[in-house]
Write a protein that binds this ligand. Structure first.
Ligand SMILES: Nc1ncnc2c1ncn2[C@@H]1O[C@H](COP(=O)(O)OP(=O)(O)OP(=O)(O)O)[C@@H](O)[C@H]1O
Length: 370
């Protein structure tokens, strides 16, 4: 049914109701209090997380932290043991209700493309569309979008690894799923092609309205492709936010290092002073995500371009200096020949043999209670 808006334009009532529903109902994919164990291994320990419609959310963490387990629960590959999953505001899975993968509006992409070897590229892409009248048009459109028009009649083994992975993404997106789940989709792709494939995948996914969850252990990949990143450690989400948020206010040293590089200084805190092997720093030089308890050991993270050196004849000795154009990488030795690498602004120029003290560059350094 068509209705007219105040500018005289026609709008379909069903579309309007859907748009209104979207504005008031939590959409996307939502995990609520998920726990999961394998025999004596506790893989997930209370995950609550939401990937919104149109968003790319990365699960980032070391091997074994539970990323794939969470993805497999959403896909229906694993049954939910505790907690619940909702899709588009309606229950998707719980302990009582576990529909199989084919009954979920979910597209899957794995590390190896897992294309059907006996089907052509076009048949692979169209597999989830069955007898839909629009099948051919959708397949042709996707072939064009992934840059493989003209290769539809080829078989998967005649394609390069990168082309196969493009086809896998197209196959997952063809039925217009509400959610796209990708488990290390670029891990087996040549490193030189990976960035290009990431960009293409982001463009493809962003042209649709599905929620996307992508698993990776590569921080650079997560920062480049994701709208938000959920950092996982030992079955829990340590922090979830944009790359910028994780970089600016990391909840832990692990998150801080996942969201960017930096030098780490171990310190002991004494009455507002942090003592390290490379100098003493005032409390005002440090910023804690959570207030520290007194006299506990802390780790200080010094990001590139966030430290300055100051000449001091009794200070630390510079043993090496490299110039990259954008920065100056300086190696400092403490009295026991322990060394620290700092990435500094290119000016002022430092030389091996200079004696210096380290200072903040105006902004406090993130610090974490150990
Ligand atoms: N089928 C299984 N049986 C027993 N333990 C398992 C099984 N699958 C996963 N685990 C364990 O559960 C934990 C989480 O595994 P999971 O595969 O989810 O982690 P991950 O972060 O995806 O790791 P990776 O990046 O290596 O794939 C690990 O300790 C793993 O050894």
């Amino acid at each position: 049914m068509l209705i007219n808006n105040d500018r005289g334009q026609s709008t379909d009532l069903v579309d309007l109701v859907k748009a209104l529903e979207r504005s008031v109902t939590p959409m996307g994919l939502r995990f609520q209090d998920i726990y999961h164990s394998y025999a004596d291994t506790s893989a997930l320990r209370g995950i609550t997380l939401e990937a919104k419609d149109g968003e790319i959310l990365c699960l980032l963490g070391r091997s074994g932290c539970g990323k794939s387990t969470l993805l497999n629960l959403a896909a229906g590959i694993l049954p939910v043991q505790a907690g619940s999953i909702a899709l588009g505001g309606t229950p998707l899975a719980s302990q009582q209700h576990n529909p199989p993968p084919e009954k979920r509006s979910v597209g899957l992409v794995f590390q190896d493309s897992a294309l059907f070897p006996h089907l052509t590229v076009a048949q692979n892409i169209g597999f989830g569309l069955r007898d839909r009248p629009s099948r051919q048009a959708v397949v042709n459109d996707l072939l064009e979008q992934i840059g493989l028009s003209g290769l539809g009649e080829r078989f998967p083994h005649t394609l390069s690894g990168g082309q196969q992975q493009r086809v896998a993404v197209a196959r997952a997106l063809a039925p217009a799923p509400q959610v796209l789940l990708m488990d290390e989709p670029f891990a087996s792709i040549d490193i030189s092609l990976r960035r290009q494939l990431r960009e293409e995948t982001r463009r493809l996914v962003k042209a649709r309205d599905c929620a996307t969850i992508l698993v990776t252990h590569d921080p650079e990949e997560a920062l480049e492709i994701a709208d938000r990143i959920a950092v996982m450690e030992e079955g829990r989400i340590t922090q979830c936010g944009t790359g910028r948020e994780l970089h600016a206010e990391p909840a832990s040293l692990f998150v801080g290092l996942m969201a960017g590089s930096g030098a780490v200084l171990s310190a002991t805190r004494m009455n507002g002073i942090a003592k390290t092997r490379f100098g003493r720093f005032e409390a005002q030089d440090l910023s804690f995500f959570t207030p520290p308890r007194n006299d506990e050991p802390v780790d200080i993270l010094i990001r590139p371009h966030c430290a300055a050196l100051q000449n001091d004849p009794s200070g630390l000795r510079i043993t090496d200096v490299r110039h990259t154009g954008r920065s100056q990488i300086v190696t400092l030795d403490d009295m026991d020949s322990d060394s620290l690498l700092l990435e500094l602004d290119p000016e002022p120029v430092w030389f091996p043999g200079d004696r210096v003290l380290i200072r903040t560059n105006g902004k406090p350094w993130p610090a974490f209670t150990c």
